[in-house]
Design a binder for this molecule. Structure first.
Ligand code: ZN
Length: 312
C-alpha cells in the first residue's frame, strides 16, 4: 500500500459532505505518538499492523469538535439541524462542568464516558466515515469485529514523520469546507491545537488610553493606566485576532461584566468614531468591514435573540 498516493488521492477528491472525513484523519495522526493513558488499551500490536479500537478515535474526535462547537460556535452545516456529533456533545456537555473547556484525552478515556464514546462511534464515525473514507483513501482496513480498524505500521510511521504537513493540509481542507457556511474569520487558526491569545503592544495600548482621556470606554469613569484591561470589542473567540481597531480600554468591572458578549449599538457607533482617529490601523480597515464583522458576530456567535451587552 502506497501511503503517499493514497493521501494524494484524498486531497484531490472534492466530495466532502461534512468535515467528518478530514477530522477522522486528524485523529489517525495521533497514532504515532500518544501517551500511555490516552487510549493505549485500545491498540493491539498484530505484527506489521496495529488493530485500533474505534474508542481511540472517538476520544480524539470529541476533542477536535469540542472547541468548534462550544468555544468558537462554528456551524458545520447550512441547515438548522445540527450534525450528529454536535447533537451528541450538546447532550453530554453538562457532565463536563459549567465552563465547557475542552476535555483532555485522558479524561475522555475514562469508563464514565463509555456511553458518550459509543454514541459518537455509532452515530457519527461508523455511518459517516468508516467505509466512505476508504473510497477516497485506503490507508486502513476494517477490523473483523467492526469496532476497529487495521492500519499498517509503516503508514503510521509515515504519518508521524509528516505530521505537521498532514495536519496543515487537513486543517486547510476542513477550513475550506467551513468557510462556505461561516463568516467567522481565522477559522484555520481556530483549528490548530495550540491557540495563543495575543495582546496589543503596550505603546499602542497607551495611545488608546490617552485617546479615551483615561476614561473607561464603556462606563466613562476615570482610572489610572494600570487599572485598564485590553478589551476585545468584538469578542476574541469570534475574531481570534488582536488589532487596534477592535481594542478598547475598559475598567476591570466593565471588562468582566462584558465577558464575551457583543456591546450594543451605541458602543458600535462610538468605536467607529474612535477608529476614524486611530493613527495606527491595519491596512484595509473600513467602517463597512467592521460593521459586517459586528453583525456576523451577532448572528453566528452572540445570538440574534440575545440582548446586546450594556453597562448598567
Ligand atoms: Zn468601565
Amino acid at each position: 500500500m502506497n501511503s503517499i498516493s493514497e493521501l494524494n488521492r484524498f486531497f484531490l477528491s472534492k466530495t466532502l459532505a461534512s468535515t467528518y472525513k478530514p477530522t477522522f484523519m486528524k485523529c489517525l495522526l495521533d497514532l504515532g505518538d500518544y501517551k500511555k493513558d490516552e487510549g493505549q488499551k485500545w491498540i493491539k500490536d498484530i505484527g506489521d499492523s496495529l488493530q485500533v479500537d474505534l474508542n481511540f478515535i472517538a476520544v480524539r474526535f470529541i476533542r477536535l469538535y469540542w472547541p468548534l462547537l462550544f468555544k468558537f460556535k462554528i456551524k458545520q452545516e447550512a441547515t438548522a439541524t445540527p450534525i450528529a456529533v454536535y447533537r451528541i456533545l450538546n447532550e453530554y456537555a453538562s457532565q463536563f462542568g459549567e465552563n465547557k473547556s475542552q476535555p483532555s484525552k485522558k479524561l475522555l478515556c475514562e469508563d464514565k464516558f463509555n456511553e458518550l464514546r459509543l454514541k459518537i462511534i455509532r452515530e457519527g464515525i461508523k455511518p459517516q466515515v468508516l467505509r466512505r473514507l476508504l473510497n477516497d483513501c485506503k490507508i486502513y482496513e476494517l477490523g473483523s469485529n467492526s469496532n476497529s480498524i487495521i492500519i499498517q505500521k509503516d503508514i503510521i510511521q509515515f504519518m508521524k514523520d509528516n505530521k505537521k504537513i498532514l495536519e496543515a493540509a487537513l486543517n486547510h481542507t476542513i477550513e475550506e469546507y467551513l468557510e462556505k457556511i461561516n463568516q467567522a474569520p481565522n477559522i484555520s487558526i481556530k483549528l490548530e491545537e495550540k491557540q495563543p491569545r495575543t495582546v496589543l503592544k503596550s505603546d499602542d495600548f497607551s495611545t488608546i488610553i490617552k485617546m479615551q482621556e483615561s476614561r473607561c470606554f464603556y462606563c466613562d469613569e476615570s482610572f489610572t493606566l494600570s487599572e485598564f484591561a485590553q478589551e476585545h470589542f468584538i469578542p476574541w473567540n469570534y475574531l481570534f485576532d488582536t488589532q487596534s481597531f477592535n481594542i478598547v480600554a475598559a475598567c476591570k468591572e466593565c471588562n468582566s461584566s462584558k465577558s464575551d458578549n457583543l456591546p450594543n449599538l451605541d458602543y458600535l457607533e462610538k468605536i467607529l468614531q474612535r477608529n476614524q482617529k486611530l493613527k495606527k490601523i491595519s491596512h484595509g480597515y473600513t467602517d463597512e468591514g467592521f460593521k459586517n464583522l459586528y453583525y456576523s458576530c451577532k448572528s453566528e456567535y452572540h445570538g440574534i435573540d440575545k440582548p446586546l451587552w450594556i453597562r448598567n
